[in-house]
Design a protein around this ligand. Structure first.
Ligand SMILES: [Cu+2]
Length: 169
């Protein structure tokens, strides 16, 4: 008995539905500016010169007392460090952009840690407290330049947990 009503109302309902759908679409697509980062956790790929390709994963092994990346250079852009602690102590992994050699970083006043806030050092990213046997991913976006990769658990830098890393242009 309401067929006549629905027939009469249907165009308005359709329009309303279309308006709601359009609004929902706009809300979903617009405004936030957020973008989804590309999945950069794929297998490590190597360029012919031995540097990691852009967007590559670089495997890093930490142990007492060393840091060994699978590549010592990369192309600018997204890089994911996949860190595995194969040692028997907790370690951390710190990426710092600096022109200073990894062996000559400024120390904090306690003499046991690198002063990550010193002028000339720009911290890029870090993972703290990676337990023995554990692994962690650190996605970063690297511009061209010289970097150092260190463990800044007190004493570990001086014991050798440091290496240089270059991002080419
Ligand atoms: Cu360490």
């Amino acid at each position: 008995m309401h067929d006549a009503f629905y027939r009469a109302a249907m165009p308005q309902i359709r329009r309303l539905t279309a308006t709601i759908a359009a609004a929902a679409l706009l809300a979903a697509c617009g405004g936030s500016g957020a973008t989804t980062a590309p999945n950069s956790t794929g297998p490590s790929t190597m360029a012919p010169d031995g540097s990691a390709a852009a967007g590559a994963a670089i495997n890093v092994t930490e142990a007492e007392f060393k840091i060994e990346p699978s590549a010592t250079s990369a192309a600018p852009g997204a890089v994911t460090f996949h860190i595995t602690n194969s040692g028997t102590q907790a370690h951390e992994f710190v990426v710092i952009k600096t022109d200073t050699s990894s062996a000559q970083l400024p120390m904090a006043s306690d003499g046991a840690e690198v002063d990550e806030d010193a002028s000339g050092l720009t911290p890029v990213g870090e993972v703290e407290d990676i337990a023995a046997g554990a692994s962690a991913d650190l996605p970063v976006n690297l511009e061209a330049g010289h970097y150092v990769l260190i463990c800044n658990v007190p004493g570990h830098y001086s014991l050798g947990m440091r290496t240089d890393f270059t991002v080419g242009s």
